[in-house]
Design a protein around this ligand. Structure first.
Ligand code: FES
Length: 422
């Protein structure tokens, strides 16, 4: 294990590019950042009946998420206890058992090994009870979002979210009915380290007026708004000590770009439920990251996970969620708005992916890799602003990014529970 203190100067706002390219650091990240953290798994709406399942990853570990016979959401390592093949190769579906296609061991929804072909060939000491699927020990839900962790003694999910929950509620808690998923899960591959995208969603509003200038112009009501009309100038950035972050312009008039959705929303009711500060800030537009690799765009209803695939690559998995109370035509408007902007071919998504891949592509250069990156914007601006909970900074600031990497550094330097055994 490497002491990464010299690679992340979160107080001075300097980063060493090795954290995006080094293979050994990446493996350490899987052990010390991903294994102990709460990681997003799926949305509760994907599990309506016992046996509904969805396969995903925690770090690079394959995972089955399913609803058991008692309707409890559980998660298992998707790897057969016999020779290690995946016991579920489908992306999602419904089943009674997970049967391994290699030799036929089968596991029930509670993870128990319930069928072993030619069982007589095993010694008497073989007990199927010892060979169930490995279960993710903690699975918890926050307003429809399911998270899991391998950490045997974690803070609760709610505790680990801290004040970040207040900002998340601007997307998740519009009424008592909660949210549902519309459409499928979009998945695409990007060259780029997972942290480049996670940190951008936590902290980087700076890029918006440059990288997305043409997209913002096209989306303006006239389709050709002058630059002065499209740039954001005021707003805040939430800075969380556990590495979460949320940036949002403040629009006193409830700005919302998807017209049909905008007209359907009952802003008076939302102001009563969530308060003016949330309706005028995090609800109107913005982006955020729950450390380490879950991000969302409240106004688009986009939730996504940046699955790490080595230091140089990630898979983006993205869902569109909407209020359950939305009528079909409004849901469809939200789905299309999200696809056009932040779907795999969305006009903003293209700008972002290009930036991350560009940064990654050149970072392996020997000299390039040794040149530090600057995260100093907004240094010293962190404070309690009296309107939003926790610590906030300016809209244009790297403060949440410094906190993100500070937490990452601390986890990287802390032995995880499993290291005593290995
Ligand atoms: Fe699964 Fe053999 S690897 S039954």
């Amino acid at each position: 294990n490497v002491d990464v203190s010299g690679l992340v100067d979160s107080e001075g706002g300097l980063l060493d590019r090795a954290i995006f390219t080094d293979e050994d650091l990446y493996k350490q990240e899987l052990r010390r950042v991903f294994a102990p953290s709460w990681l997003f798994l799926a949305h509760t709406d994907q599990f309506r009946r016992p046996g509904d399942f969805f396969t995903t990853y925690m770090g690079e570990d394959p995972i089955i998420v399913t609803m058991d016979k008692s309707r409890r959401i559980r998660a298992y390592l998707n790897s057969c206890r016999h020779r290690g093949a995946r016991v579920c190769r489908a992306d999602f579906g419904a089943t009674r058992n997970f049967t391994c296609t290699y030799h036929g061991w089968a596991y029930d929804l509670e993870g128990a090994l319930v069928s072993v072909p030619n069982k007589d060939g095993y010694p008497e000491s073989f007990d199927a009870k010892d060979w169930g699927l490995v279960e993710v020990p903690h699975v918890e839900t926050y307003h429809g979002l399911i998270f899991g962790t391998w950490n045997p003694a974690p803070l609760s999910l709610r505790e680990s979210l801290g004040d970040m929950a207040w900002y998340m509620d601007a997307m998740l808690d519009h009424d008592d009915e909660g949210t549902v998923v519309v459409g499928g899960v979009h998945k695409w591959v990007l060259e780029g380290n997972w942290k480049l995208s996670a940190e951008q969603f936590a902290t980087d509003w700076y890029h918006v007026n440059m990288s997305h200038a043409s997209a913002l112009t096209v989306l303006s009501p006239s389709g050709k708004a002058p630059r002065d009309e499209i740039v954001h100038r005021t707003g805040r950035q939430y800075v969380d000590p556990r590495g979460h972050g949320a940036g949002f312009p403040v629009h006193p008039k409830n700005r919302f770009d998807a017209r049909t959705v905008h007209e359907w929303m009952d802003y008076d009711a939302l102001r009563e439920r969530l308060g003016d500060a949330r309706v005028e800030g995090p609800l109107t537009t913005g982006h955020a990251t729950v450390f380490p690799n879950f991000s969302y765009l409240p106004v688009n209803g986009s939730i996504r996970i940046w699955h790490p695939k080595g230091p140089d690559a990630m898979e983006v998995w993205a869902w569109t969620i909407v209020d359950k109370s939305m009528p079909d035509e409004v849901r469809e408007a939200q789905r299309l708005y999200n696809l056009r902007t932040f779907g795999p071919s969305g006009i903003f998504e293209q700008d972002d992916g290009e930036n991350w891949s560009e940064v990654q592509a050149i970072s392996r250069g020997f000299i390039t890799n040794g040149v530090a990156l600057n995260y100093q914007m907004g240094m010293g601006s962190e404070r309690e602003d009296g309107r939003h909970p926790g610590t906030t900074s300016e809209l244009y600031s790297d403060a949440a990014g410094r906190a993100f990497y500070g937490h990452w550094r601390d986890l990287m330097n802390t032995p995880a529970w499993h290291e005593e055994k290995r």
